[in-house]
Design a protein. Structure first.
Length: 325
């Protein structure tokens, strides 16, 4: 693919994407003159395989850079997400390094704290930085590769505790530095011929749990299996795959407590997508989820939403019977 034609064309898309190039020039480490690689420079990228980090890797490659993609695996990451990351990077000829990690024992994660994302990201980013520093010493390099993430400009205006952890550790966010919003990224993904330019967000499995609930690997495995069944159901029945989340939510009867919450299993779809489901399809979908994840609370409830992101960070109405917020 010709980077000149794809990234520097006329129109708003090309103009906005051109803003990313000087940011990467300022971050990437130049390749040694003796190297046979024609790369303009290297940097490491925390790579989930989601839209933001994938677009950044795609754009960097087209602009002539050689990112090293670091993909964290663990109980909080669905296996199919890692499979997709492997296939995509192999098809693009990009370097992928897998980093196994288990954040479930971190105190704030184990407590289900509102700061669980901060604790998790700080631990994982620290691990990646340590690995890069150790590699630099082993290879007698002047310094480690700079570590970047896929934070975009829109993320800076949302509740993202993980972004604070990245900033504290000096992680660079090229998309945000270039002023690229989430909408910009989707538009530029299509303009630059990135495959699956409308890829749906698939956040960490911990976001499917309410605050105050202790996660464990089997619970996350069940949620991943349930979502895998939902995806297969929609793919089998044709049409575009809707965005959705399978979440455990506190019952709204005032009986829940932090130590022993009473939970329901909800399938969250956007209102527009839920309208396309017949009553029969809803029942069949519920049976598919129950079969795939029998250990989760049943029956599953289909609960349409105006938006899917940040569900547990939204204000909740007080329960008169509970007497507590």
């Amino acid at each position: 693919m010709d980077s000149g034609s794809q990234l520097h064309g006329t129109g708003t898309g090309g103009d906005v994407l051109a803003m990313l190039e000087p940011v990467l020039v300022g971050i990437a480490v130049p390749v040694a003159p003796a190297s046979a690689s024609p790369s303009r420079g290297r940097f490491a990228l925390a790579f989930s395989g989601g839209m933001d980090s994938r677009f950044l890797a795609h754009a960097a490659q087209l602009l002539g850079f050689s990112p090293l993609l670091l993909h964290v695996t663990g109980p909080h990451v669905p296996p199919e997400e890692s499979d997709f990351a492997r296939r995509w990077t192999a098809a693009r000829g990009l370097s992928l390094r897998e980093v196994p990690a288990d954040p479930l024992s971190l105190p704030l994660v184990a407590q289900g704290s509102r700061r669980r994302c901060y604790a998790c990201k700080r631990e994982l980013f620290s691990r990646l930085l340590s690995d890069l520093e150790r590699e630099a010493r082993h290879l007698s390099l002047p310094g480690p590769l700079p570590l970047c993430d896929g934070t975009n400009a829109s993320d800076l205006h949302a509740f993202r505790p993980g972004t604070q952890a990245a900033q504290e550790l000096g992680i660079r966010s090229p998309l945000a530095l270039a002023g690229l919003s989430k909408a910009d990224i989707y538009r530029l993904a299509s303009l630059s011929d990135l495959d699956e330019p409308e890829q749906k967000p698939r956040p960490c499995l911990l976001t499917r749990l309410p605050y105050g609930v202790r996660p464990d690997a089997s619970l996350l495995e069940g949620l991943a299996a349930g979502e895998r069944a939902v995806r297969a159901f929609f793919e089998e029945h044709g049409g575009p795959l809707p965005d959705f989340r399978l979440r455990l939510v506190p019952q709204e009867d005032g009986t829940q407590s932090v130590s022993a919450p009473s939970l329901c299993l909800d399938l969250h779809l956007l209102h527009a997508d839920a309208l396309h489901l017949s009553r029969d399809a809803e029942h069949r979908l519920a049976r598919v989820i129950a079969k795939a994840a029998p250990a989760l609370p049943m029956p599953v409830r289909l609960v349409p939403q105006d938006t899917l992101s940040g569900f547990f960070d939204r204000p909740r109405p007080r329960s008169d019977s509970a007497g507590q917020p």
